[in-house]
Design a protein around this ligand. Structure first.
Ligand code: C2E
Ligand code: CA
Ligand code: CA
Length: 731
């Protein structure tokens, strides 16, 4: 029972529509109105031309008065033209929110004024001469209707002007006026249909005009079904009754024999069609309404997903930026009291690794709630990953952030969590929120993993370093194209013979403005902004090209090791790219070693595992970089078969005095050898370190003791001078 009620409620459109849905239908109606307005304008222009040539011109030539003839034969077309034009412009200037734009204001005032002038003119004309209509009864009705219409038109005209003026001055919403416009237009269309078809009908013609107008009103505009039913029902029934008023008001029962010709047709035969037409049209209108409503719901979903972050339901970064830009502009002089915040979560990655992705997602949702609680009166959103953004007042900020930090750090009893937040104070009301957030983010990054500090504000002192970062982000493409990115080569030697057995390729950025930049100045930024693949792609190519050139020149070559960032596997098909380059330059695969860091492998990322396995399958040597530097996970050694493990240079610090460090290195080398992996130690700077490493069986060494990273030419210089000897041995 209840279900049936709901069903009927929705079929007839009695259900409650959300604001979005009714706005959507309203928008559609206004759009339709502008098309209708356009059609009316064309139609009326055509009629005006026709009337002028067929009626006015010949009569003026026969001596009639031009002004009288124009009024007599063309006035209703002028009226419709005016209404059509007004409607078209009014709807064309429509913008969401319903505020009165200048275009609409001018349109309204012009239309209103014209309506009033027109009505005055017609009234004068009409009441100085009696109109000769078809029948006395009809003449009476028509006259009454005319007077009503005149009064109505005049009042409308005056109302429009006043209303427009009033709202324009107060910059108010004018949605009601839109409804009035639509309704007025409906009435006019229907009246037009009735008038024209009435005389057509008695001239023995079809009632096409009426039907057209009804379709117009019913199908182009969308109403709730019960309203459609009312409008169409009243129109069809009303028109039918009007037709029956022929000749001293015949009644329905008496007509059958008496009425002749056209009316007989409609009642005895076409009445069925007439009713069928009404039913079909109503059904079509219902279908259109429900179709549009469905569309509205779908578009709402879409719009929602375009604005909201899927996981947390907060605004996404794009939409946050849009809103922030609006708010900043609206701040006028108060901008200096406002800040934009970039909130980052300490150790989120560790949390994700240890608790799993689902728990990580739940944590993010919780943080979203904490942020919205802490800044309920402000604008906030999620940028990406564990990064949240806020626009708020500077006053009382520390307390809010402390509260937020406390909630985040209490989330997990074991893992050390917390937030680090960077802020940027607005310095004008024309600032781009994205730039502000970038600066806040830069500031936040300065206190990353300093758990004691929750908040840091961007200041001018930071701006130089910040500018450099921005420069890197904005110029990576230029740098690659213009050859600012250069591969440097650092020799790797056998620990027994100290002969060169390979080179590590390390990127340098030779900048025309900043001079030589080191990887720590561009690699982390490029990774953070997910641009690192552009650099790596270039470096891989340069390294392959250099190898080819040396081979062609008949110089001795050694294998090169290439640094792969974890993100390379996400941002490009790194393995295929590498393999493509190796084939392009006709190199043998054993000339390439792939270095991946341990942190890349603990990410548990399916694509990455696949890539790592493919590297091995294709026949490239896989090296594990920076072993022992981060969260060492011996699992990585269990899960993947590395050819070489690179021990991080921190193992060597204070090696001379630390027996513990010596034992540790000894054990790692032995352990690696037992699982068929070789070892290399980085950062060898002293002879003592080199001797120790050789003694414990570490196969390869790399460090300043043997050579710093240098350009290819410099490397060959050293070889030519005999400072370095190239080994024949490969493994
Ligand atoms: P990494 O892969 O661990 O590279 C070794 C770093 O240690 C190099 O720093 C090298 O110059 C430095 N080094 C070598 N021997 C010694 C030594 O005896 N003492 C000291 N103190 N340092 C030594 P660099 O060139 O500044 O590179 C830093 C990091 O940047 C690299 O660490 C690597 O992770 C990254 N990187 C460099 N080039 C690239 C690249 O083309 N792509 C990617 N993705 N990362 C790169
Ligand atoms: Ca490396
Ligand atoms: Ca390393």
């Amino acid at each position: 029972m209840k279900k049936t009620a709901i069903f009927f409620k929705s079929v007839f459109g009695f259900e409650r529509l959300s604001k979005y849905e009714s706005d959507y239908l309203h928008d559609a109606n206004l759009r339709s109105c502008s098309y209708m307005g356009f059609i009316v304008v064309l139609l009326e222009l055509w009629m005006l031309i026709r009337q002028t040539y067929s009626k006015v011109v010949p009569k003026v030539q026969a001596g009639g008065s031009l002004s009288e003839l124009v009024v007599k034969y063309t006035s209703k077309y002028w009226l419709f033209l005016l209404i059509g034009l007004g409607l078209m412009l009014f709807c064309l200037f429509y913008q969401k929110g319903g505020r009165l734009s200048r275009g609409r204001f001018v349109t309204l005032v012009a239309i209103g004024a014209a309506c009033m002038a027109y009505t005055l003119m017609l009234t004068r004309e009409n009441f100085t001469k009696a109109g000769g209509s078809t029948t006395p009864v009809m003449a009476g009705i028509m006259n009454a209707m005319l007077v009503t219409i005149y009064v109505f038109l005049f009042v409308i005209g005056a109302a429009i002007v006043t209303y427009a003026l009033f709202n324009y001055l107060r910059n108010k919403r004018i949605v009601i006026l839109e409804h009035v416009a639509i309704t007025a237009f409906n009435l006019v269309c229907l009246a037009f249909g009735v008038f024209v078809s009435y005389s057509d009908f008695w001239g023995g013609k079809e009632i096409i005009c009426f039907l057209t107008m009804v379709i117009y009103v019913g199908c182009l505009l969308i109403y709730r079904p019960y309203i459609t039913l009312l409008i169409l029902g009243a129109s069809f029934f009303g028109f039918y009754r009007i037709l029956l008023t022929f000749e001293s008001g015949l009644t329905f029962a008496a007509q059958e024999i008496e009425i002749s010709g056209a009316l007989h047709k409609i009642i005895s035969g076409d009445a069925v069609n007439y009713v069928t037409f009404f039913i079909s049209l109503t059904t079509i209108c219902f279908a259109i309404y429900h179709g549009r409503l469905k569309e509205a719901r779908k578009s709402k979903e879409l719009e929602k997903s375009a604005k909201e972050d899927r996981l947390t339901g907060l605004w996404n970064y794009n939409y946050f930026s849009e809103l922030a830009a609006e708010r900043i502009r609206a701040l006028k002089d108060g901008f200096a009291d406002h800040v934009l915040l970039f909130v980052d979560v300490h150790n989120f990655k560790a949390f994700n690794d240890q608790r799993g992705f689902e728990a990580g997602d739940r944590f993010l949702v919780a943080i979203g709630t904490y942020v919205s609680d802490a800044f309920s009166d402000s604008l906030y959103g999620r940028q990406a990953d564990d990064h949240f953004v806020v626009m708020t007042k500077r006053e009382g900020l520390e307390e809010r952030l402390d509260a937020l930090n406390a909630r985040v750090s209490n989330y997990d009893g074991e893992i050390l969590l917390g937030i680090n937040c960077g802020g940027y104070r607005l310095s004008g009301n024309d600032e781009d929120p994205r730039n502000c957030i970038d600066r806040a983010r830069y500031a936040a990054h300065l206190i990353k993993n300093r758990f004691q500090t929750v908040y840091i504000e961007y200041d001018e002192k930071m701006s130089e370093a910040y500018r450099k970062r921005l420069y890197v982000i904005n110029n990576i493409d230029n740098a690659v194209e213009n050859g600012w990115i250069v591969p440097f080569y650092q020799p790797v030697v056998w620990s027994d013979t100290k002969e060169v057995c390979g080179c590590e390729v390390l990127a340098r950025w030779m900048d025309p403005i900043y001079g030589q930049l080191f990887p720590n100045e561009f690699i982390p930024v490029l990774e953070e902004y997910r641009l690192i693949h552009k650099l790596d792609r270039a470096i891989f190519e340069f390294a392959c090209r250099d190898l080819r050139a040396s081979l062609d020149a008949g110089k001795p070559v050694v294998p090169v090791s290439l640094n792969f960032s974890r993100l390379d596997f996400e941002l490009m098909d790194a393995v295929s790219e590498l393999d493509g380059l190796v084939r392009k330059y006709g190199l043998s695969k054993d000339l390439i070693h792939v270095e991946v860091t341990e942190s890349a492998l603990t990410d548990n990322f399916a694509k990455l595992n696949e890539a790592i396995n493919r590297i091995k399958e294709l026949g490239y040597a896989l090296w594990l970089d920076d072993f022992g530097s981060g969260y060492s996970s011996l699992n990585v050694l269990k899960d993947y078969q590395f050819d070489v493990i690179k021990l991080d240079m921190r193992f060597l610090s204070n090696l001379e005095n630390s027996e513990k460090a010596q034992i540790l290195i000894d054990c790692i080398v032995k352990m690696a050898n037992r699982i068929q992996m070789l070892t290399l130690t980085e950062g060898v700077e002293t002879k003592m370190q080199a001797e120790f490493l050789n003694r414990v069986g570490c196969n390869r060494l790399q460090g300043y003791l043997f050579g710093k990273p240098i350009p290819k030419e410099a490397l060959y210089d050293r070889i030519d001078k005999g400072e370095l000897t190239v080994s024949e041995k490969r493994l």
